[in-house]
Design a protein. Sequence first.
Length: 559
Amino acid sequence: ERSDRSEEQVSGAKVIAQALKTQNVEYMFGVVGIPVTEIAVAAQELGIRYIGMRNEQAVSKELTLLYKLLVIFFKYYYFRPLIVIGGSSERSQETMGAFQEFPQVEACRLYSKFSARPSSIEAIPTVIEKAVRSSIYGRPGACYVDIPADFVTLQMNVNSIKYKECCMPPPVSMAETSAVCMAASVIRNARQPLLIIGKGAAYAHAEESIRKLVEQCKLPFLPTPMGKGVVPDNHPNCVSAARSRALQSADVIVLFGARLNWILHFGLPPRYQPDVKFIQVDICAEELGNNVRPAVTLLGDINAVTKQLLEQFDKTPWQYPPESKWWNTLREKMKDNEAASKELASKKSLPMNYYTVFYHVQEQLPRDCFVVSEGANTMDIGRTVLQNYLPRHRLDAGTFGTMGVGLGFAIAAALVAKDRNPGKRVICVEGDSAFGFSGMEVETICRYNLPIILLIVNNNGIYQGFDTDSWKEMLKCEDATTGAPPICLLPDSHYEQIMAAFGGKGYFVQTPEELQKSLRQTLEDTTKPSLINIMIEPQATRKAQVNIAKQKEGKASTP
Ligand code: ADP
Ligand code: MG
């Protein structure tokens, strides 16, 4: 019997917050405005950590753009569980041209695993439970829940709302036994085997089992950008420094949660042997067989499947010979490549180059820190020098190469560190151009006093820029709007003053000594956010220098 006589009323906003709390949601990030502010307030009252962000400001004014927000969020978190809650127009005004009327549910459906608008306030808990469950089951992903404006303030009798119990943890699936046996046999017969550890392995918390497989079978492995740290980068079997060679010559490649997309050159020649045998381990059946015809497919959770493989190698022990020709080739290549980057790093000329900067950063980097990074060269070169020793401790622009995600990632990582590992640091390594995409999040960082260390590797441009003298020289004969290459940003910008403006500590750094000193100081001060603006050679690149004149002729490279 519904005790409708109860006086106690509850708003739609509170129902949403309670439904999220019941599903164990701990953190909520938002850009609030009418009509969703109350939801954030209600969530906060229930103890959900609410973080008000600055980016996507347009969204709070133009909620019709919400689908774009979802796309962007989806890019940030692809294959990460994410619930997006968006306010929409009042139901009674629908089709009348209401404030911010837009078919958001339909728009989001394309980009999410589940997109729905509850039919009533009573239906909110069910829809939220389904959204949370869909976001974590199978291949994780983003889900969208649409909340009409009138739901937020509508008052309901408290007893008419039934909350759904928190959903069960995702079921763990294992691969078919026959496929596991076949995979083990393909690995045993490999002449030049290679394991590729992707971010799926990190999500699956498979670090222990994969490390065991690497060490027991003495196999070389290569992490993808966000697979770094599943097995530490300084592990003797890590062949990152010989990446291209390893991919190009391997005859058997086991993929642990890494797609054969552009990052892995689609798995095709000339970057791979034409007859390379791929063994794909993935939780998503539709992923298996993309771009290549795999020798074996292992559909299941990476941790569970790796344990299945280990069982095979326990039953009939086997290890790849450590003194093989393959290992020697890889080791030689690694030595050459490491020597080449060390040589660049030791250059004393000023402005510094990327390698000099990253070697100095690496020297002082705490082993357990989170490394967040975005930019073009900054991210690519930084990734090769900055080491990860722990899984799920590197966050970068990832598959979409989306810029503007770094500060958001850093804020999220710093919150988790604050709550669970006080003292653990977050180092956010940004290109100057990448930083510009979400620079206003520095205010967010300072508002919540998160002791993030922001490093801006500043080359005055996108890919490359001008030094101050060339810039002035150019302005003598040309107006910047007609003459400045589109990739140039204002030389010698003092980004550190943005941090200072909000009460954090800013450093402007031009030499290795200044870099070392400022790093030491920021690492010692665990109470404050800081930003180190590191000036580097505007024309510095990865290898040979490409000059701007050439880029003007239309030779600009992609990130
Ligand atoms: P990377 O960028 O590291 O190569 P991708 O995003 O390309 O990573 O691929 C990650 C893959 O991991 C996806 O295909 C996804 O389906 C898979 N995956 C995610 N979680 C799991 C899991 N628990 N078990 C197995 N595979 C997973
Ligand atoms: Mg730059």
